[in-house]
Design a protein around this ligand. Structure first.
Ligand code: NAP
Length: 263
């Protein structure tokens, strides 16, 4: 039987890499997307192949450079999966950038806003559209059975940071995007999920490590530790293994309990 296949955007480093490594252990063929860091992407590919082998699977993983904010590069990304694997069982919209310059909301620049929206919101929206149309064809042909789309949002979808307005707004919009696609695609047997990570150790959070170390030590999260990329990876593995068969449009918090209010 052919392996299932997944596209993971932004998979050279951080959370996307963690997701790829977990999917490798359950025998998924992988398109490891990246924006420019070829070396890191190739390392992820190599480590995924090794992780799969250790788990008793033989997989193909390939690194594909594509800026998810650019239409023709999204085409190239999906085409790579089509040519290499001929199927798509899972799309993970993970790629994202932080707010450029982290400027106060009263000073934020329009060009930075446009750039962030293009990568963090427009990219996932149109990539999902493209993947979903292909998944519909594939299910009709009986090539895939229960395709899924997972989008990585953030606690910033509902937590105010006045120096990262564009990031917060894009993440909030991804929540609605998940609901929209969940409803539209249910009749085609495609399930759609949003994963809402808390504070996860990666290059993105490295510059604010000391700040978050302190907040976590002071009780910011009921589970008092940093999240790791594999925490997100394992959640996606559960989705990929069909352990959430009667849920769609669901928001899954992977945040050590950050979202809980206490009194
Ligand atoms: P990261 O360590 O900065 O890694 C970002 C990844 O995205 C890299 O693989 C990078 O590729 C890729 N990328 C950047 N721009 C891209 C583009 N235009 N097209 C395609 N790929 C692109 O970030 P991370 O912390 O793993 O974050 C991953 C996702 O989780 C993001 O959506 C982020 O908003 C979200 N998130 C993170 C946290 C956290 O605490 N870390 C919390 C909540 C949500 P290159 O290596 O080629 O640059």
């Amino acid at each position: 039987m052919a392996n299932k296949s997944a596209i993971i955007t932004g998979a050279s480093r951080g959370i996307g890499r963690g997701i790829s490594l977990e999917l490798a252990t359950i025998g998924y063929d992988l398109v490891v997307n990246y924006a420019g860091n070829k070396q890191a992407a190739e390392k992820t590919v190599e480590d995924c192949q090794e992780a799969a082998q250790l788990a008793g699977h033989s997989i193909t993983a390939l690194a594909v450079k594509a800026d998810v904010g650019q239409a023709e590069e999204r085409d190239h990304l999906v085409e790579a999966a089509r040519i290499q694997f001929g199927r798509l069982d899972l799309l993970v919209n993970n790629a994202g950038i932080t707010s450029i310059g982290r400027a106060d909301i009263l000073k934020a620049k329009e060009e930075n806003f446009d750039q962030l929206m293009s990568v963090n919101l427009k990219g996932p929206f149109f990539l999902t559209q493209q993947a979903a149309n292909w998944m519909i064809e594939l299910t009709k042909q009986g090539i895939v059975e229960s395709p899924k789309v997972v989008t990585i949002s953030s606690v910033s979808a509902y937590t105010v940071s006045v120096n990262r307005a564009d990031y917060c707004m894009a993440k909030a919009a991804l929540g609605m995007m998940t609901k929209l696609y969940a409803v539209r695609l249910a009749e085609h047997g495609i399930r759609v999920y949003e994963i809402c990570p808390g504070i996860i150790a990666s290059d993105m959070t490295a510059p604010v490590q000391t700040k978050y170390d302190k907040l976590i030590a002071e009780g910011l999260t009921p589970i008092p530790r940093w999240g790791q990329p594999h925490d997100i990876g394992k959640t996606i593995k559960a989705i990929a293994l069909d352990y959430l068969p009667f849920s769609t449009g669901e928001v899954i918090n992977v945040d050590g309990g950050f979202h809980l209010r206490t009194l």
